[in-house]
Design a protein around this ligand. Sequence first.
Ligand SMILES: NC(=O)c1ccc[n+]([C@@H]2O[C@H](COP(=O)([O-])OP(=O)(O)OC[C@H]3O[C@@H](n4cnc5c(N)ncnc54)[C@H](O)[C@@H]3O)[C@@H](O)[C@H]2O)c1
Ligand SMILES: O=C(O)C(=O)C[C@]1(C(=O)O)C=C[C@@H](O)C=C1
Length: 367
Amino acid sequence: MNTVIDMNIAIVGLGLMGGSLGLSLARSGFRVSGWDSDRRAQAEAFKIGAISRLTDSLQETVAGADLVFVATPVGWIAETIRSCLPLVKPGVIFSDLGSIKQMVVDQVSPFLPDACYFVPGHPMTGSEQQGIAAADPFLFQNAAYILVEHPRTPAEIRERVGKVLATTGAHLLTLGAADHDRIVGMVSHLPHLIAAVLAKTAGTEEEARPGTLNLAAGGFRDTTRVATGSPTLWEGIIAGNKQMVLLALDSFQRELAAARQFIAEDDPAGLTDFLRQARDVRLQIPAKNKGFLTLLHELVVTIEDRPGAIHEVLQDLADVGLNIKDIEILRVREGDGGTLRLALENEPDADRALAVLASKGIKAKRR
Ligand SMILES: NC(=O)c1ccc[n+]([C@@H]2O[C@H](COP(=O)([O-])OP(=O)(O)OC[C@H]3O[C@@H](n4cnc5c(N)ncnc54)[C@H](O)[C@@H]3O)[C@@H](O)[C@H]2O)c1
Ligand SMILES: O=C(O)C(=O)C[C@]1(C(=O)O)C=C[C@@H](O)C=C1
């Protein structure tokens, strides 16, 4: 086997993440087979090109695989690997996409035979949506993808998986399982809980004063988007990272209590300082980055809320050969106009895009 492209790949769990990985790997020319306990998801994955052949069993799916990705909910990852063991060839590599790592490593390690390798992984990208219908071939582009050290996995095996995943446009980095779980407890699981608490709190107010939610604008929408994610998927993630989530919640409660005190005690200087510190922390996440790795060069474009407006902006940029690396529709001004966030490849491209849009009378600025 000369290059990673010769590897036979199987994906078990063809939802948002497994489907997106399949679509991306298929675009790079990999042979991908896939299995899902929901046969409709497997059929749909085949239809959209996330897998290149339809199989009738887990056995048929993984039998010839060199690398098996497991993209099931976290509670099913170890069990899925265990059921694959009698079906795979010696030397096979398993890699998962689960949002937590220590629990998965602890569950898999005791039964992992010497003839198989395990490279635990976690792409720091995703969405609140679920299922193969939400799969996106570009989901991994410019995202951080964490591979976790495993005591029985040689570094060259991890690097091999990294080479496959790098074809998706993700940026690979390696962490220990405990470090991974502590970090994601803070930057992913805590935010999810806070979004849920915020939504629930507003829901109680909505019951008392119907119409409250109708007035929710960008602030509420931005901070609660992830609360629409799958409750069962997230219950597994949060429960599986219990200690780290509790630590993160303790820190959060201390900060919340401090903020409350400044308000209760009419302390404008204290509150301003608190908000200033929070703003400084938030600004440390480089605005030009997706994740925390790749420098993107962003523009914010203000457009009219009418059919074709987005197309015109994109066409103007395409006409001069500018490649858009990332795009987001900021729905903050629904109804009265819209805002687009565009990321360009480099500084000169962003300057050129600004000039092109200005020449067409389209309002845009650097972010
Ligand atoms: N959603 C995100 O933003 C995100 C981001 C990074 C990592 N992850 C992780 O990726 C994994 C998959 O999440 P998702 O968002 O794609 O969920 P999803 O619900 O969209 O997809 C999960 C798929 O797994 C299938 N499945 C469940 N049990 C199975 C089993 N035993 N055998 C075979 N298939 C099975 C389901 O039918 C479904 O199609 C999870 O471990 C999650 O923690 C999710
Ligand atoms: O919804 C998104 O934008 C995400 O990237 C989802 C998100 C997160 O940021 O918390 C959710 C769970 C993961 O394991 C990784 C990413």
